[in-house]
Design a protein around this ligand. Sequence first.
Ligand code: ZN
Length: 179
Amino acid sequence: MMDLKEQRKIKEEVIKYFVKAGIFLTSEEKKNKIQIVDYNTGNFYQMGLAMVAFVNVPRYCGKFIFFFPGQCCAEHWHPSIEDKPGKEETFRVLWGKVYAYGSGEPTKNIKAKIPKGREKYFTCRHEVILNPGDQYTVGLNEKHWWQADHDGVIALEVSSQSRDEYDLTTEDKLNTVIY
Ligand code: ZN
């Protein structure tokens, strides 16, 4: 678990990256809208992310996604819930560089460094390298994961409604907490 002090420290760091990237966040967003996703692996800077949703309503969602240098998210997908299809999402890199993995032919010698001991939970090895202006769409129910390059990355995500609590991860024992 992450204490309040640590959460605050991380949020302060996230804000600095947005300033550096020239992406304006309102004071309300800085104060109340930065969310930290922690997978409770004991190393947030290796596995985790931050996000700022500026709209999330039943028919659509828009958010900024942030990864620290070298940080990755868990491989996951967005399942259908009852009669509602899972989330579809398109990412566009605004700042930094990211290695994105989804379905497709495995890439030889992927650039990402998978957290040690967790290789079997990162099954997608089809690599797409995204720089600012590049975008990537994740198909319905498609497994995917990302890792930022050495500067970190900020991306814009546009999607159908986001209900992160329903996301499924390949490593099913992760105890994901959103602060
Ligand atoms: Zn996703």
